[in-house]
Design a protein around this ligand. Structure first.
Ligand SMILES: [Zn+2]
Length: 267
C-alpha cells in the first residue's frame, strides 16, 4: 500500500527543488505521481511551485477527474501527464518545467540530438523536440505522443521540457540531466565547437544501457535523433540514395557549418 501522505510530501520537495534550481518560476510546471493504475497525485493549478504544501496536492483519475474533495483543481496541463501515463505503463512519475537552457533549445528549434556526454547517453539518451502545441490542448498531446514510446524526456517547441520515469526521483534526475546537458551544449557551441562521441563508442554505451535495464532493445531503433547509428531515421535512406532525411538539429548544424565556410571563404 502506497503511503500517499509521503508521496504528497515528496512532490512538494521535488517542486521546491525545481523552483530553487530555477527550473521553473511562478506558476510554471507541474508534477504528478501515479500511485495506482487509475489514481494519480498531482500539483494543483495556479500555485507557485516554491510555495506549496502537501495538503494542496490533488488526487485525480487518469482523465483528470478529482477523486478527493479539494478547493484546488489539477494543473491545466494535465492532458500532457495523461497521454504519458496512457502511452507508458512503466511510467509512474512526470515532471514538467521550463528550465532555461532546455527551453532555450526548444525556442531555438534544437533537439538534444548529439552524443556529447557518455553519462547522458547512458542515463537519458537523445531528447527530441516536439512541434509546438498550445498548452492544455490536443495540439500539444498530439505533438508529443509519437516520441513517448522510446524517449524518457522531451523538449516542446516554444514551451519547455518534460521528463518521466518509474519513480519521482528518476524523473527529476532526467529533467535535471536534460537541463545540465543543454547548458553544457550551449557553452560548447558558444566556444565554437561541439565534438561528438564516435558512433562506435555510442553503440557500446547503448549496449551498457540495455544490459543495465535502462533501455529496452527496441528503444534503440526508435531513437529519433542522430545519436543512434542503427536508427531507422537514418540520414541517408538506403532505398533512395538521392533522398536524405535530416532532423531539424542536423539541418541547423549543416546550415551553420555552411555559413561558417562561406564566411571564411569570403574573408
Ligand atoms: Zn508548461
Amino acid at each position: 500500500m502506497v503511503d500517499e501522505q509521503k508521496v504528497k510530501a515528496q512532490i512538494v520537495e521535488t517542486a521546491t527543488r525545481c523552483y530553487n534550481r530555477g527550473l521553473l518560476v511562478a506558476g510554471d510546471g507541474n508534477i504528478s505521481v501515479r500511485v495506482a493504475p487509475n489514481r494519480i497525485i498531482a500539483t494543483p493549478s495556479g500555485v507557485s511551485k516554491g510555495w506549496m504544501t502537501p495538503e494542496m496536492m490533488v488526487v485525480v483519475d487518469i482523465a483528470g477527474n478529482p477523486l478527493e474533495p479539494s478547493d484546488l483543481r489539477v494543473s491545466s496541463e494535465w492532458p500532457m501527464h495523461q497521454v504519458i501515463y496512457q502511452a507508458r505503463p512503466d511510467i509512474n512519475a512526470v515532471v514538467h518545467a521550463h528550465p532555461p537552457h532546455a527551453t532555450g533549445f526548444a525556442v531555438a528549434g534544437l533537439s538534444l540530438s548529439k552524443a556529447i556526454l557518455s553519462e547522458v547517453v547512458l542515463t537519458l539518451g537523445c531528447v527530441p523536440l516536439a512541434d509546438y502545441g498550445t498548452p492544455s490542448t490536443r495540439e500539444l498531446t498530439d505533438a508529443i505522443e509519437p516520441f513517448l514510446e522510446f524517449h524518457d524526456a522531451l523538449l516542446m517547441a516554444n514551451h519547455g521540457a518534460v521528463a518521466y520515469a518509474g519513480n519521482l526521483e528518476q524523473a527529476f534526475n532526467k529533467l535535471e540531466t536534460l537541463e545540465h546537458t543543454c547548458k553544457i551544449s550551449f557553452i560548447a557551441r558558444s566556444l565554437g565547437n561541439e565534438n561528438t562521441i564516435p558512433d562506435r563508442a555510442v553503440e557500446k554505451l547503448f549496449e551498457i544501457r540495455e544490459r543495465n535495464g535502462a533501455m529496452r532493445p527496441e528503444a534503440r531503433t526508435g531513437q529519433v535523433c542522430s545519436i543512434s547509428p542503427t536508427s531507422p531515421v537514418s540520414p541517408i535512406s538506403p532505398e533512395n540514395s538521392e533522398q536524405i532525411t535530416l532532423t531539424r538539429a542536423e539541418l541547423v548544424d549543416l546550415l551553420m557549418e555552411s555559413a561558417k565556410l562561406f564566411q571564411r571563404q569570403s574573408q
